[in-house]
Design a protein around this ligand. Sequence first.
Ligand code: F0G
Length: 352
Amino acid sequence: HTPWPGLIDAYRDRLHIPADWQAVTLFEGGTPLVPAHHLSELTGCEVYLKVEGANPTGSFKDRGMTMAMTDAKYNGKKAVLCASTGNTSASAAAYATRAGLHCAVLIPSGKIAMGKLAQAVMLGAKIIQVDGNFDDCLELARKVTSEFPEVGLVNSVNPARIEGQKTAAFEIADALGKAPDVHVLPVGNAGNITAYWKGYGEYYADGVTTSRPRMLGVQAAGAAPLVNGAPVSNPETIATAIRIGAPASWNQAVAAKEESGGAFRAATDDEILAAYRLVAAKEGVFVEPASAASVAGLLAARAEGWLDAGLTVVCTVTGNGLKDPDNALKGMPEVKPIAVDPVAVAHELELA
Ligand code: F0G
């Protein structure tokens, strides 16, 4: 039994990097594909959750960041920069530390979840709050990195990010022994849907799998440019991770949808919050609100008959619930301490 080597060494023959490059890694990837019994019962499908919150910094971004940071290091970058709704910044900060590079992150002021901010601070990134949204941050990051070539841009517009993130599709197909029929995931800047479609496509082209899934991309209703077919200038949603109005990988996301016979759909904040609570309470998997958008989208799509019973469905839940403690406690009954005596505890458990 050899321990998991991190995704670059696990899938080295399928990634475009020079053979002598040593991975900058925190041993990301190899995340659980968890059978979702309750969701399977609700939908009549065979539903799995790809639990990306199990990555080292708690989100799927680590898959892209191991590649982007290895690439930055070997290309002689001195520092890295990213725009972020929170997870990218936490991941960039961690991997920059491993690589010995400086890291600065541009975040929309006041709109990033507490856990993510805490990570970026602890991991030593320079945090720059921008008076604007994610789209403004990304524009600024692009500008700075084009003027200063010694600073690497580690957003998903960097092709190395997509290369790393495509490995999630490999892992799913490896675990199932086939591609799923439908793949559901939340969409913000649209890097991840691009990456999954690339991964599924490469396995299919090489004959590892005999089919590719239909891709169902779910956006928050207040930040749904791909659903509307036009950018949104003031995106708004409780799912701050996907509060994005002008996805950088727009064309690639549309290609994934069209080539796969898939769809984009919107989930309201209420639907997202309901799915958020359901996945925690019924599946035992605590994800962040943006991640629950995929589950909300699946339930609505099934209710409308967009997918049939009996299909194999994978839902990527992109980030860990611990990232956003404020939203978890909002709307829940206040937690009241209970008396610490055995009878009272047993009573609480409905045993006495
Ligand atoms: N889910 C979570 C938890 C995210 O953090 C993101 C993106 C997405 C889904 C959407 O992925 O952008 O590839 O379509 N977060 C970025 C960030 C924007 O800065 O952390 P996407």
